[in-house]
Ligand binder design. Structure first.
Ligand code: GLN
Length: 194
């Protein structure tokens, strides 16, 4: 079976681990570089991207996660999406820069304006519940970036080769299509296009 790591330094990694377990995969909570060995894929969860960056650096994991994301499938949600992005607004912030998108942090408003919404999704089954929590907005996508879901006119789920990213929190909904899609991406072994 697939062995998928979930970066477990900060944020809602436990919910991702639960969502992936229910998709029948083996889960490793990743808190050190050595735990990236033998993984088939990696999830970078939501939380707070600045805090997560600090922790990745403090634990000497930053470079290893960047190398992993250039070699194997990675799925970033919310803060994880910000960490993968090529460019972060409004204040520039260090990022792995492996996904050709520009994201605007906290673009949908304050915590109290976080929301659960129905958006359009290209995956079979159509409409998708999206939980936004102080979500970033994808304001620009490169030409190799596929848009798999949208809400309010903006992309909310995108893929570029081996990299999948969502601005919302699929692990907090009961619909498991996105996690299954990530597992299918891993199984298909499609090489990274970046
Ligand atoms: N607002 C957070 C950030 O900018 C992301 C929020 C989330 O991951 N739910 O990092």
């Amino acid at each position: 079976s697939l062995k998928i790591g979930v970066v477990a330094l900060q944020g809602d990694y436990a919910a991702h681990a639960e969502a992936l377990r229910s998709s029948g995969t083996e889960i490793v909570l990743v808190r050190a570089t050595k735990e990236l060995a033998d993984l088939n894929g990696l999830v970078i969860p939501g939380g707070e991207s600045t805090a997560l960056l600090k922790l990745l650096t403090r634990e000497n994991m930053y470079e290893a996660v960047r190398e992993f994301s250039m070699a194997k499938p990675v799925f970033g949600t919310c803060a994880g999406c910000i960490i993968l992005a090529k460019e972060v607004l409004p204040s520039p912030q260090q990022s792995l820069a492996v996904l050709d998108i520009v994201v605007q942090r906290n673009a949908y408003g304050r915590q109290t304006e976080s929301r659960v919404a129905m958006g359009n999704c290209a995956l079979s089954g159509g409409g998708l519940e999206m939980v936004f929590i102080r979500a970033p907005c994808i304001v620009r996508t490169g030409s190799h970036v596929e848009i798999l879901a949208r809400y309010g006119g903006f992309p909310t789920l995108v893929r570029q080769g081996n990299i999948l990213a969502a601005t919302f929190h699929p692990e907090l909904s009961t619909d498991r299509r996105i996690h299954r899609f990530f597992c299918a991406m891993i199984r298909s072994g499609q090489p990274c296009l970046t």
